[in-house]
Design a binder for this molecule. Structure first.
Ligand SMILES: [Zn+2]
Ligand SMILES: [Zn+2]
Length: 147
């Protein structure tokens, strides 16, 4: 994978197919309670900015508005979790496992580390941010970017 190159992916049943361009060859894990429940584990994703294109199965794509500021995309047929999207800026975090080849992503960051169950921990050396730190960083970016 070239860094910044367009990658393809899709859901388990193949009804929904997409293309997206990761901003970095990095994968993040979100430990927040919503991602735990939605993904059935942790949500492993890569930031793709506004580059997500649904190339097949737009009618099979479900969108769940999980909060005031975000929605989550999934396949209506097989239930695969596909992406998280910010409402205000359209920023998309695409599920790492939804890509056809995610082997080149490195595991860079864990967010909402304060919501991680004590039951498990990743051994990887990663940057770790609490929920409060993530929200503060996001708010600062919004002010800088959108006034
Ligand atoms: Zn599907
Ligand atoms: Zn989360």
């Amino acid at each position: 994978m070239e860094e910044g190159g367009k990658l393809t992916g899709g859901c388990l049943c193949g009804a929904v197919r997409f293309a997206a361009t990761p901003l970095k060859a990095e994968m993040d894990v979100c430990h927040c309670s919503m991602c735990q429940q939605w993904s059935g584990g942790v949500f492993m994703s890569t930031s793709c900015g506004g580059t997500l294109e649904i190339v097949k199965g737009q009618d099979q794509l479900g969108l769940y508005r999980s909060s005031e500021w975000a929605e989550r995309g999934f396949c209506r047929n097989c239930g695969s979790s596909l992406f998280w999207r910010g409402i205000a800026d359209g920023h998309v975090a695409v599920s790492m496992q939804a890509f056809d080849d995610a082997s080149r992503f490195s595991f860079a960051e864990e967010i909402f580390i304060d919501e991680k169950p004590a039951t498990y921990s990743f051994a990887n050396q990663t940057r770790k941010m609490t929920g409060a730190e993530v929200i503060a960083a996001y708010a600062a970016k919004q002010e800088a970017g959108h006034g």
